[in-house]
Each structure stands twice: as C-alpha cells, then as structure tokens.
Design a binder for this molecule. Structure first.
Ligand code: AVI
Length: 335
C-alpha cells in the first residue's frame, strides 16, 4: 500500500532556486575568505567529486566511524525497528544517501510493514543514486526523494499529511560538523517538525585517544587531504577562482577543550588568489578553517537530548565505545 504521507513531497527546486543557491555559495565563500581567521563552510565539500572522495574516506582503515556505526546498526536494528511499532512508517534520511548503514536498517524495516523512504539531499545525483538503490533492493518501499538542504527537508516534514511514524536518520556523525550550539538549534528545529511518536536516530562520535582521531582525519593515503583540497578545486571550477592547489596543505588538529577535530588548509607560501573577481592574499603559514568535527562524551548525551527537547529511548554503542547512535522520541514536551 503506498504511503500517502509522501504525496506532499516537494517538486525538485526550480532553476530560480538553483541560482539562489549559487548566489549564496558565492556570498558564503567571499565572506569566509574575508573573515579572520579565514574559513570556508564544510557544507561545500560535497560536490560530485567531494562526495566520491568522502565515499573513499569511509572505506579507509583509519576512518573508524563508519565501521563502528555499521556494527551498532547490525546489532541493534531489531530494537530500533521495534521501537517505532508495527504501523506504517517513513524513514527520513538526512544526508546518508541510502548508504550501507541505512540499508542495514531498511532491511529490518521493509517487508514487515508499509514503509516509505525519503532521502533529503542537495545533490540531485546523490538522490537519484539513493532512490535507485532502494527501489532496486526493496521494490515495495515507496521512495520520495526530497531535493534540498536539511532545512528544506524539515519544512517538508512539517507540512506533510498525517500518516505513519517518522524515523529520521541523522547518521555518520554529521551532527558533529555543526558547532555544539548550532547542533542544539538544528535538533530543536527538527523536534518542532515532528509529532510526539516520531523518533530520530542520531550518530555521534565519542571522545577517544587523540591518536586515533588524528589518524582518522589525516590518513596515510592522503584521501582526507584530497577531500579538503577539493574545496579549493571546486572554487576554481564553479567560481572562476585560480587557487594553486599545490600551494596549500591539509592540516588536522585536535582541540581537547571543545572537544573537536578541526581541518584547515594552510598556505605553503605568500600567495594571491582571485575568487569571483576578488583578490585574496595569503601569508605563508596562514590557515583557512574548513571543518569542525565535534566529539561527544558519553556522559553528555542525556543532556544533549534534554537540551534539544527530545526524550532518550535508546542508546547504542559499538564494542569499543567509540561511537554512539542515540534514539530519541519527539515526545510531548519540548523546550
Ligand atoms: C561527514 N562528516 C561526518 C565527516 C566527519 O567525520 O566529520 C567528514 C569528514 N571530514 C574528514 N573526514 C571525514
């Protein structure tokens, strides 16, 4: 039976929206490069090439989060599936693109109920791939791709018709790429878009020996370095910039006070680059901040749920206690 909740899924953005997105990209880049310290939003890592590099990162021996989370989902998908009851359900996938981990969960949920799958992503190519993968594996699952950023996806959630329980996936430590305060605002906004019985499953990377963090964010094969440098390559391709990629170096640092890993692009020498017609001079050693990956302490997770307005219904850790998937219910409260 088709899930009618998804009838309200938005049509793909019109060219006007794409133009707006492009204008925002240009504005964000120019503002970030003009700020001190200079920065570029990590959101822009994920063009087609960046997404491919990220797939390679996830397969690296040093990049533990993917394996930890897969272990968690393989062991606990049954409990997660049981927690949303037996009625119709919609799995809303924020940014995972029906990756392997999502599919572990879908294979538990599909077949036993009326199920829909709604991936939310800015990349039409990623959405096409995710949708095709799910349709191929589970023809009975209705797939409704939502092209847009998470906020647009959330707006769609807010406007949907009543039907079935929503299970919103925010896996892979994506929440870690937001500063803590932003993460709480994002989660609160998400909470407001949900009904009391809806649930979210959030992947959080936990604090561990910094040696393992350092290796994960600066791997021996240099894939993470290529991923970081692709940001400048993207500016060259899409904003007519003229960065000399060989003039910048990837650096990953751990800040125990936050605690977080941070990524930077460090200028190897004094140099100038033109971006969208504006000139920027970089001193030798000057760093552009490109990413924050916040790490959480196990003892902070209950507080994070409370601050975000959710009720914790489950907490699943891998065998090394390096990663957590928390299952929260929207509940009736809210703060
Ligand atoms: C997508 N995100 C959760 C990754 C992370 O671990 O912060 C992105 C990444 N950056 C470098 N390696 C992986």
């Amino acid at each position: 039976m088709p899930n009618t909740a998804l009838r309200s899924a938005p049509p793909p953005p019109e060219p006007k929206h794409r133009a707006e997105r492009m204008a925002r990209f240009r504005r964000d880049v120019l503002a970030g490069l003009s700020a001190r310290p200079r920065s570029l939003p990590s959101l822009y890592f994920y063009d087609a090439w960046g997404s491919r590099l990220f797939q390679r990162i996830m397969a690296l021996p040093e990049y533990y989060p993917t394996r930890c989370e897969r272990e968690i989902l393989e062991r606990h998908s049954g409990r997660i599936a049981a927690s949303i009851g037996g009625g119709p359900a919609t799995v809303v996938d924020l940014g995972e693109d029906a990756g392997e981990k999502t599919r572990v969960l879908l294979s538990r949920l599909a077949g036993s109920r009326c199920l829909a799958y709604a991936p939310v992503d800015v990349s039409p190519a990623a959405l096409r791939e995710a949708s095709a993968r799910v349709r191929r594996e589970w023809p009975a699952v209705e797939v409704v791709p939502v092209e847009g950023e998470y906020a647009e996806g959330l707006r769609w959630l807010r406007n949907r018709e009543e039907n079935g329980t929503l299970l919103v996936l925010f896996l892979g430590s994506n929440i870690g790429n937001l500063e803590r305060r932003q993460a709480v605002s994002f989660l609160r906004e998400l909470r407001l878009a949900l009904r009391p019985r809806d649930q979210v499953l959030v992947g959080l990377d936990l604090v561990k020996d910094p040696i393992f963090l350092q290796r994960a964010y600066d791997d021996a094969a240099g894939v993470t370095a290529a991923f970081n440098l692709n940001l400048l390559a993207r500016l060259n391709r899409e904003l007519g910039a003229d960065f000399d990629l060989a003039g910048f170096q990837h650096r990953a640092t751990f800040d125990p006070a936050r605690p977080a890993m941070e990524s930077w692009l460090v200028s190897r020498r004094q140099q100038t680059a033109t971006v969208a017609g504006e000139r920027f001079t970089f001193r030798a050693g000057e760093a552009i901040h490109t990413e924050i990956s916040c790490k959480y302490r196990e003892q902070d997770l209950a507080h994070l749920a409370w601050e975000s307005g959710f009720e914790e219904v489950g907490r699943f850790l891998d065998s090394r206690r390096w990663f957590a998937d928390v299952l929260w219910r929207a509940g009736g409260g809210g703060r």
